[in-house]
Design a binder for this molecule. Structure first.
Ligand code: SF4
Length: 324
């Protein structure tokens, strides 16, 4: 991976848009089959009641957002959801729990069983469960987990304005445990948290400073939920999103770049621009944790209209196939 500095990322980020887009598309085609898209399905295995204070999140117990909370789902329910996702063409199931951190208890044992079940279906599994110790990361790896998601969200400088109940360094520590356990790292951010362009550049720089580049990078845009501190935040434009995706693609040529939260608000044309800029991964299913995601019929139409094909599980870029 090239040695990136804050100033070289800044120069790239500020390039004229069309030139940036052409370059990102070139890099993308060099490393991936054009039109091949990773299809993921996210299951919120435990929803709401989280003790953290992430300002964007409707699942934080302290905000009154009216979401439907539930405790940890049963192993059987999750297996059924995974089977349905496979039917719909997903190659990866992501299990999300609104926990601050994983605790060594019977609930974690159940998540371990869920991971084993999904692996036995021939699918990749990713978990996003909060902070992890090294021993917990190792245990997930042994169970057959493929990847662990833990987002940096934004720049180290802006982080404290968005979350106060944990530090940026806590996130880095968990990501180090994930990497040490030889799990794939899924780590991205959110646009629209009131950050500056400088924050976006610093966020990308922070990603380059992780021990090994992330294999997946979700690029979310804020879904401003009433009741959260960011409920009145202005939406970000498609041009800001495209610029961010294109810059990310050039810096991380072999990563899967995932359009995540906020896709539901984008038109087919917007999403096409994102694919041209190097996005090659998305979530299917009507819900993304607690927020809306495009309807299955709309995604089906998009796949057919654009000639997109779902990526097979356990395959990476042309030059970085890394079965785990
Ligand atoms: S983003 Fe995760 S850690 Fe933060 S409040 Fe929501 S569920 Fe909790």
């Amino acid at each position: 991976m090239a040695e990136w500095t804050v100033s070289s990322i800044s120069a790239l980020y500020h390039r004229e848009l069309l030139g940036l887009l052409f370059e990102a598309a070139r890099v993308h085609q060099q490393h991936f089959k054009p039109g091949e898209i990773q299809v993921n399905h996210l299951v919120s295995v435990k929803t709401g009641g989280c003790p953290e204070d992430c300002s964007y999140c409707p699942q934080a117990a302290r905000y009154n957002t009216g979401i439907k909370k539930h405790g940890l789902m049963s192993r059987e329910e999750v297996r059924t959801r995974a089977e349905e996702a496979k039917e719909m063409g997903a190659s990866r199931v992501c299990l999300g729990a609104a926990w601050r951190e994983v605790k060594d208890n019977d609930q974690f044992d159940r998540v371990i069983d869920m991971v084993k079940d999904i692996k036995s279906l021939g699918m990749e599994t990713c978990c996003t469960l909060g902070l992890l110790t090294q021993a917990q990361a190792d245990r997930l790896k042994e169970a057959g987990l493929h990847a662990y998601n833990h987002n940096l969200d934004t720049s180290p400088e802006h982080y404290g304005k968005i979350i106060s109940t944990r530090q940026f360094e806590d996130r880095i520590r968990t990501l180090t445990h994930v990497k040490n356990a030889d799990l794939q790292v899924c780590c991205g951010g959110i646009l629209g948290l009131g950050e500056t362009e400088e924050d976006r550049i610093q966020f990308l720089f922070a990603l380059t400073q992780l021990e090994g580049p992330p294999e997946s990078i979700p690029i979310n845009t804020l879904y401003a939920v009433p009741g959260t501190p960011l409920e009145n935040q202005a939406p970000i434009s498609i041009w800001e999103l495209v610029r961010m995706i294109a810059t990310t693609r050039i810096i991380f040529p072999t990563a899967m770049i995932r359009m995540s939260a906020g896709r539901e608000k984008r038109s087919l044309e917007d999403q096409t621009l994102c694919f041209l800029a190097g996005a090659n991964s998305l979530f299917i299913g009507e819900k993304l944790l607690t927020i809306a995601n495009p309807l299955p019929e709309a995604d089906h139409h998009m796949f057919t209209h654009l000639g997109l094909t779902p990526k097979a599980p356990f395959s990476g870029s042309r030059h970085a196939d890394a079965p785990h």
